[in-house]
Ligand binder design. Structure first.
Ligand code: ADP
Ligand code: MG
Length: 267
């Protein structure tokens, strides 16, 4: 979307030489790339390439063995872990992580709480403003419920809803923290044809209307190539290509990496 406009300032996220080992497995091997404000950047690669591992490093669930991850120029691993929630990085998980016995609206409200440190302090000291902060969170939750077309399900228990709907609830909850960057781990996985079709438009809307930068891990090539500004390809923990969707799609190493993949994932 910023085509022709020179990139100014530091990247929102800068990943530099990141290596992660699990015993003998090198899940990430010196991976470097940047994510710039306002872009939709996709991370692709066959199963086991290291995509989820990278997301887990960004959320500080995993620790890098070497390399650095800078957020707005600040090294992530130097921040105390409890500061991560308020930092501005939201995410969804490859396997849904929702509170299944709570309603849609309650799940979205949980998401907004990571943002309200001020509310927490006001609560603790019984200062005025608690009601205002709560009202603001509620208004934000309702806005997101509408944005994701979940009004009809707002008061239903999440565990009773179809999978595709639950995935939208997870998105709403991730957005409730008002992140600057949204990490989506295989958002198309398990969706039906119709849901898949609207997901692309939805991710674009998240970027265009909510002004959230998106880093997307996705297997569905049609979706990736249709919405991404830039694509980074991993294989066996190494970056093998980076560029526009058109450039990456015809990169020989990317083609080779995907030849061994099942037809389902290469679609
Ligand atoms: P992708 O998301 O690209 O499919 P992953 O990041 O999940 O790949 O996995 C990359 C490699 O790291 C795989 O070989 C996987 O088995 C391994 N791995 C990921 N997480 C763990 C873990 N917690 N413990 C041991 N091995 C792991
Ligand atoms: Mg994965």
């Amino acid at each position: 979307m910023h085509s022709g406009v020179p990139e100014s300032g530091q990247p929102l996220l800068s990943i530099s030489g990141v290596t992660v080992r699990f015993g003998g497995i090198v899940a990430l091997d010196g991976v470097s790339f940047d994510v710039h404000r306002g872009e939709i950047c996709a991370l692709i690669g066959p199963n086991g390439a290291g995509k989820s591992t990278l997301f887990n490093c960004l959320s500080r669930l995993y620790v890098c063995d070497s390399g650095t991850i800078a957020w707005n120029g600040q090294a992530l691993n130097q921040l105390p872990r409890h500061r991560m929630a308020g930092l501005g990085i939201g995410r969804t998980f490859q396997n849904l992580a929702l509170f299944k016995t709570m309603t849609v609206r309650e799940n979205v409200l949980v998401g907004s709480h990571s943002q309200h440190h001020a509310g927490f302090l006001r609560n603790a000291f019984r200062l005025p403003g608690v009601a205002q902060v709560e009202a603001l969170a509620a208004a934000k939750a309702d806005e997101l419920i509408e944005f994701l077309g979940l009004q009809a399900e707002a008061h239903r228990v999440v565990g009773d809803l179809p999978f595709g709907t639950q995935k939208r609830v997870e998105l709403a909850r991730a957005l409730a923290s008002q992140p600057q960057l949204l990490l989506l781990d295989e958002p198309a996985c398990g969706l039906n044809h119709e849901e898949l079709h609207s997901l692309g438009a939805l991710i674009r809307d998240i970027r265009d209307r909510l002004k959230v930068t998106v880093l997307l891990v996705e297997h569905h090539m049609g979706l990736v190539m249709g919405i991404s500004d830039r694509v980074v390809a991993l294989n066996f923990g190494k970056k093998i290509a980076e560029g526009t969707p058109a450039q990456v799609r015809q990169h020989p190493e990317v083609i080779r990496a995907y030849l061994g993949e099942s037809e389902e994932t290469a679609s």
